[in-house]
Design a protein. Structure first.
Lengths: 654, 279
């Protein structure tokens, strides 16, 4: 009995102190609260029918966004805990073990469970509408992608209170993360959760690649695609080449840990550096996977709020393709300091600098899109405008980092930390915020409040600069990343304190965003036109939110900025009057993606704790779900004409 | 609406940084990267400054264009009926801002490649110094969890968590690890290099003159990583020779127990031994 209690105390980490107890308490309260609300308002059936089983890209997009905002909260809390610990020399707020786990979950969550779902959420929200189709090419697969991500994120977050979080950094370099130095389930959580969400991401890449190749409305040629759709197309290609490499790296490391092989161990002929190569062969393209769609969003937003078409469309497309190609030949710049020869380091240094060229072209084209425009400073546009100078600092310090001999001094220092936060926050996070304010009415039929939006922008943007600009100096002062504490006497204390103040200001900005969302849900201005910004692309041609089938009649596209052209020519989205509606073929909802992903979760938990019976149960469950799907013949339905007429009449489009 | 305030702050910081960097801010303790104390660090420092100035020019150019555009073309009540022209692009302008970045990259790439190759070879050494201790010395570095072991193969001595080197002489640090990866970083003397198990990486460093410099690991390797620091003492060549002799004569031999203690994960202080293989 005593043994069981001891085991349970350790397993649920009740011996780890008040942070864990508080988390346990909050998790239990939140879960009970959700259950109570669902039961009290009889929402279980609604939840299942409308959300858990949906294959509608618009709803899946919304679920991605909600998950991303929750994960931004989790990753942001991790960041604030770290900044609190580093606020002053020799602090004892967190001990080394806790700090190590928190910086690992911060990085992993922000990249894979915040940035990824946020941008994939926008894929879902915007792409089918922008190219004038009714759903993605594989709606059922789309649901699987989402639920795999969801359960992987759940599994990863569970590690905080069950068994312990990974502590090898988000890069997870062996041999440190091998069993010899890092026993326990923590690292397994990392490997398993990333593998599961990686499967979903690869499926998303295939899905959107095929959607954009095959589902464009008539007349929507490639050189008429909206900029965001172009960015998604390029990103999908990068995903397809990059994510399988990550899957292999994670799988090999998991086999090392679970089955005692020696791919990356110290002994037995292991080659740890091989993991580093594999990881960054995915890792570098990954940063373009999260930045290119943000570029796409900025292009849409800047063009819309300057009331001008994008400047140099072809150059924008070419530079995105160039960035995509270059992104695969720069990975060694993450480890110039691993002893590659001068030839290798020179090549990868120069190839990295070369990325500045297409990126520079994009920046100037954005500036000249605004030039001679009439710039409306709506909140979405504020984020896009704020992006340019902040991303510029991030990008140009990136060029400084690309100089190998200089990188020998910057590597793993706070200069690097400052750099990548400038590109990832100044680029991706600003892009996500711009996208949220821009497409929020399309997602929910409600505009976010502009005044609160401005507060959100200014607090977050100023906080961000106060937080990360001083970190460039910390790098020159010799402070390295992942130090849980530092001694007094080197002048690091004050600089860190300033940085911490900035971080908390960003936290305030986030709270304002959440308040804005809640406030607008209740009091926000309803978007009755479907086109609140005088938009240019097809998503603004339909109701906010769009009807289930998106377009009653698939529009015919006559040029770039298709909806803008239609408005100029006084055309309706449904074409000439009097064209009769026809029944619309749509996919059926299915609960199986949810259930199958639940089995993936069980399978994953089995691998985390090496409980093989659990793993087998999960694996069999996954197989059964796949088999069932193979024998499912009745997986679609038709929306009858009367229903379409009713919906279109209500939207005033008859 | 004008995002001026924050930019001014950023600009002041940028200028402050430039002044700081250009004046050398001569404390290797507070600004080790920006106050190089040896030829390797100095080559890297010059590249840092050069790349910084190039990037600063780009920043200034873009910022001026940026603020001019967003101020001049902002929506105002008096231009409410202004309809922006639909401009497809401009081949001349677009060529211009493709070519200029290419030139900037070339301007940066040439010295980058030159220095990258240069750092593979040892820095030059003066003849007078070379007479005392030779043209260079070799020190094997092993990162343990979480300490630094330095073996002097020619002198047959070993130190832990500190290393004495002769000033003015290139030091060939041969880096390896007994377990997790670390990086060996002495910012005042030069950039870092990884230590990895079963691999030997070479790092040339040299100190101009006698002095004490802080080194640390920059690659996270577990619980004790933050404390994984060491001291580099650069001594005059004659002092160095004397130190070696006194260690050889007075320091204890490396024992099996001591070696096991060093190999066990944990933190220990500075140690000195007069042999490099445990007996």
């Amino acid at each position: 009995m005593h043994g069981v209690v001891n085991w349970a105390v350790h397993f649920f980490m009740l011996d780890e102190g008040p942070l864990i107890w508080l988390s346990d308490f909050l998790i239990i309260c939140a879960s009970l609260g959700i259950l109570a609300v669902l039961t009290k308002f009889r929402l279980w059936k609604w939840l299942w029918d409308e959300w858990l089983t949906t294959v509608d890209h618009k709803k899946i997009g919304i679920m991605y966004m909600i998950a991303a905002i929750l994960m931004l909260f989790r990753g942001g809390t991790d960041g604030l805990l770290m900044r609190a610990q580093l606020a002053w020399p020799n602090m004892h707020f967190l001990n080394a073990d806790h700090y190590d786990q928190i910086f690992t979950t911060h990085g992993t969550i922000m990249i894979l469970f915040m940035a990824m779902p946020a941008i994939i959420g926008f894929f879902n929200v915007a792409v089918p509408l922008q190219i004038g189709c009714r759903d993605v090419a594989f709606p059922y697969l789309n649901a699987i992608s989402f639920w795999l991500f969801f359960f992987a994120a759940l599994l990863f977050n569970l590690s905080f209170v069950v068994g312990g979080s990974p502590d090898g950094g988000w890069t997870s370099y062996p041999p440190y993360v091998e069993n010899q130095f890092d026993p326990g389930p923590g690292e397994n959580y990392y490997l398993v959760a990333l593998s599961i969400t990686g499967i979903g991401t690869i499926a998303t890449g295939i899905n959107f690649l095929v959607t954009i190749l095959r589902m464009r409305a008539p007349g929507m040629t490639f050189m008429r695609l909206p900029m965001f759709t172009w960015s998604v197309f390029v990103t999908s290609v990068i995903i397809l080449f990059a994510f399988p490499v990550l899957a292999v790296a994670l799988a090999l490391l998991l086999i090392d840990r679970d089955f005692g092989s020696h791919f990356f161990t110290v002994d037995g002929g292991g080659a740890p550096m091989q993991y580093v190569n594999l990881f960054w062969f995915w890792g570098h393209p990954e940063v373009y996977i999260v930045i290119l769609p943000a570029f796409g969003i900025f292009s849409e937003v800047i063009s819309t709020f300057s009331h001008k078409r994008i400047f140099g469309y072809s150059a924008m497309v070419v530079s995105m393709v160039a960035i995509a190609i270059l992104s695969f030949i720069t990975w060694v710049h993450h480890f110039f300091t691993m002893g590659a020869g001068p030839g290798v380091n020179s090549f990868f240094g120069v190839s990295t600098m070369a990325i500045a060229i297409p990126t520079g072209v994009k920046v100037f084209n954005w500036l000249f899109t605004m030039h001679k425009g009439r710039i409306e400073f709506k909140t979405a546009m504020l984020w896009a405008i704020g992006f340019i100078p902040n991303f510029l600092i991030g990008g140009l310090t990136g060029v400084m980092l690309a100089v190998p001999p200089a990188d020998y001094q910057y590597h793993n220092s706070y200069f690097l930390i400052a750099h990548f936060h400038y590109v990832l926050i100044g680029g991706t996070v600003f892009g996500v915020f711009a996208g949220l304010y821009y497409w929020w009415p399309k997602m929910f039929g409600v505009l976010l409040n502009e005044k609160l939006g401005r507060w959100h922008f200014w607090t977050f943007m100023i906080g961000f600069n106060v937080c990360f600009f001083p970190q460039f100096f910390l790098g020159f002062m010799g402070m390295t990343r992942r130090m849980y504490t530092y001694p007094a006497g080197y002048g690091w204390g004050v600089v860190n304190l300033i940085s911490t103040i900035g971080a908390f200001l960003m936290g305030v900005g986030f709270i304002i965003l959440v308040y804005n969302i809640l406030w607008s849900a209740r009091y926000g201005e309803r978007d009755v036109t479907g086109d609140p910004w005088d938009g240019r692309t097809l998503e603004w041609a339909t109701t906010s939110p769009a009807p289930h089938y998106n377009f009653a009649i698939i529009p015919t596209v006559k040029g770039r900025d298709a909806w803008w052209l239609m408005k100029q020519n006084g055309e309706s989205i449904n074409g000439p009057k009097g064209v009769p509606f026809r029944p619309i073929h749509m996919p059926n909802n299915s609960g199986r993606p949810f259930i199958m992903s639940l089995f993936f979760f069980i399978l994953g938990a089995g691998f985390v704790f090496q409980w093989w019976i659990l793993a087998i149960i999960g694996f069999v469950g996954v197989l059964v779900c796949m088999a069932q799907r193979s024998f499912e013949y009745d997986d679609s339905h038709y929306i009858p004409v009367e229903e379409i007429e009713k919906t279109e009449a209500a939207a005033g489009r008859l | 609406m004008k995002p001026k305030g924050r930019r001014v702050g950023g600009l002041i910081a940028l200028i402050g940084f430039t002044v700081l960097a250009l004046t050398g801010c001569d404390s290797p303790k507070y600004w080790p990267v920006l106050s190089p104390q040896g030829p390797v660090a100095r080559s890297e420092y010059y590249l840092i400054i050069y790349s910084f100035i190039l990037m600063l020019l780009v920043v200034l150019a873009v910022f001026i264009l940026f603020f001019w555009v967003i101020i001049k073309y902002r929506a105002r009540p008096d231009n409410a009926d202004y309809v922006p022209p639909e401009i497809e692009g401009n081949a001349k302008l677009e060529t211009l801002w493709t070519v200029i970045p290419i030139l900037v990259v070339i301007a940066l790439a040439i010295p980058t490649v030159a220095v990258t190759y240069k750092l593979v070879y040892p820095p030059k050494v003066e003849a007078a110094t070379a007479k005392v201790v030779g043209k260079s010395i070799t020190i094997d570095v092993i990162s343990e969890q979480w300490k630094w072991v330095f073996k002097y193969p020619a002198q047959n001595i070993e130190t832990v968590n500190y290393v004495n080197i002769p000033a003015g002489v290139p030091v060939d640090f041969e880096l390896t690890s007994s377990g997790p990866m670390n990086t060996f970083w002495v910012p005042a003397l030069g950039g870092m290099e990884f230590t990895m198990p079963h691999m030997n990486l070479k790092l040339w460093l040299e100190a101009d003159h006698p002095g004490s410099y802080l080194g640390r690991s920059a690659q996270y390797s577990g619980r004790g990583f933050a404390n994984m620091t060491f001291t580099v003492n650069a001594l005059s060549p004659t002092d160095f020779e004397n130190w070696v002799k006194s260690v050889q004569q007075t320091a204890p031999k490396l024992t099996q127990q001591a070696a096991a203690q060093i190999n066990k994960p944990g933190l220990i202080g500075k140690l000195t031994f007069s042999s490099t293989t445990p007996e």
